[in-house]
Ligand binder design. Structure first.
Ligand code: BGC
Length: 458
């Protein structure tokens, strides 16, 4: 656990935000001329999402965004990170622009600016237009151009007004969940495909950054999820397994983007499925970035496991530790370790923690313990407090960390888990769409209002 120093203070320009993603919160997936996405298809395929849940209604954020921006103001957020649904802008994924889809996001951006909340837009948070999946999706090399063309539409329309852009959210999850293990859309299960998808994801990232440099002038970066890996023992086998897991999850995407190389362990991870990147592919992926966003939830302690495909590595559950409802160990020190590791390996690119949060069971509001009208969620409050302290520790050790986004503003569709996992600062009653602040929201508002000082001197 990070130590709790007597005084905590974040600078006044430190960004305090919350994040969401289009398919998880918006609902109305086909409204106003939008095309279907792979998540629309996946969630409507029986057996893919728990309890048959879909994003058809979700938090109805597509229509209730003014109310949600009012909540953001109430919390004192200085930034809102959200994603744009590609198939609202280009219903077939390429070609024809849908003006109604674009107008929706223009209204949201203008209302955020009016509320003094900086928009931070992610171009791709996993909801590929289904029409592009029909052409091979992330396996088709042309996707780098499709993505850059889509990005260019947005840079032209919103580039002057939006200070922060991210190309991809968590390319590892797209390749690993979508193409290697098949637990997320489009649900494929192939090491050969995962290797190809990863390469085209990063070519697409580079192509969009290049488009940005000609069309807009603020900040663009990449958002990755990092889960630091610690060996279960000192044995050579466990240490090698840890290096494989770290390469596949943490360095597979950052090394091309920031160093113009792929991790040396990759051939060992993927065996005959691995294909070396061509120099021009590495060069395209390796574009100067204005920031990197790190999503941090947990760590993994890793041991050698010959039967685990394809990594031959397996996580070891830490029996005495606290775990969230998604089974993730609560390990705040991993956040400061990760930020310090990033700086050592990749140098001084400005960092933001673009997601961090926890799912814990919240009882229905009517039965919930409430304090001052807030749904009491002590475990989530503990998680937030300890991770904000870890941010502070990282900054104190010299990391150029400029902001933090809580995941998530609202309870929402937790992908294949459906609505069974609640990460929100704000509780959503899905039957009535009523929003209720949780204790964590109040704690976060206090952290923001005091620049973190309320956490000092415990
Ligand atoms: C994703 C979110 C997701 C969260 C919690 C991240 O991997 O970006 O969309 O809901 O983690 O699982």
């Amino acid at each position: 656990m990070p130590s709790s120093p007597a005084s905590i203070e974040f600078p006044p320009d430190f960004v305090w935000g919350a994040a969401t993603a289009a398919y998880q919160v918006e609902g109305s997936p086909l409204a106003d001329g939008a095309g279907p996405s792979i998540w629309h298809r996946f969630s409507h395929t029986p057996g893919r999402v728990r309890d048959g849940d879909t994003g058809d209604v979700a938090c109805d954020h597509y229509r209730r965004w003014p109310e949600d921006i009012a909540l953001m103001r109430q919390l004192g957020l200085t930034s809102y990170r959200f994603s744009i649904a590609w198939s609202r802008i280009l219903p077939e994924g390429r070609g024809r622009v849908n003006p109604a889809g674009l107008a929706h996001y223009e209204r949201v951006v203008d209302a955020l600016l009016e509320a003094g909340i900086a928009p931070n837009i992610t171009l791709y948070h996993w909801d590929l237009p289904a029409a592009l999946d029909d052409r091979g999706g992330w396996l088709n090399p042309d996707i780098a151009d499709w993505f850059a063309d889509y990005a260019a539409v947005l840079f032209k329309a919103l580039g002057d007004r939006v200070p922060m852009w991210a190309t991809l959210n968590e390319p590892w999850v797209v390749a690993d969940g979508g193409y290697l293990h098949g637990v997320l859309a489009p649900g494929h299960r192939s090491a050969f495909e995962a290797v190809i998808a990863a390469r085209h994801l990063m070519r697409a990232h580079g192509s969009a950054v290049l488009a940005y440099r000609t069309l807009a002038r603020q900040q663009i970066g990449l958002v990755v999820n990092i889960e630091p890996k610690y060996p279960a023992s000192d044995s050579a086998a466990d240490r090698a397994a840890t290096a494989r897991a770290d390469a596949q999850m943490n360095r597979q995407f950052l090394d091309p983007a920031l160093l113009g190389q792929t991790p040396p362990e990759m051939p060992e991870v993927y065996g005959e499925a691995w294909v070396e990147w061509r120099p021009e592919e590495l060069a395209l992926a390796h574009q100067p970035l204005d920031f990197v966003g790190i999503n941090y939830y947990t760590r993994a302690v890793v041991r050698d496991e010959p039967g685990a495909w394809p990594l031959r590595a397996a996580p070891v559950r830490q029996a005495r530790a606290m775990h969230t409802e998604t089974g993730w160990e609560v390990y705040p020190a991993g956040l400061s370790d990760t930020l310090a590791w990033f700086q050592r390996r990749y140098g001084n690119t400005p960092l933001y923690v673009t997601e961090n949060g926890s799912a814990f069971y919240d009882p229905p509001v009517a039965d919930a313990p409430c304090r001052d009208g807030l749904l009491d969620d002590p475990l989530r409050q503990h998680y937030l407090r300890e991770h904000v302290l870890a941010l502070h520790a990282a900054r104190a050790s010299g990391v150029d960390l400029r902001g933090y986004y809580a995941w998530s503003l609202l309870d929402n569709l937790e992908w294949a888990h459906g609505y069974s996992k609640r990460f929100g600062l704000v509780h959503v009653d899905y039957a009535t769409q009523q929003r209720t602040l949780k204790g964590t929201a109040a704690l976060y508002a206090k952290v923001i209002a005091t620049g973190g000082r309320c956490l000092g001197g415990r």
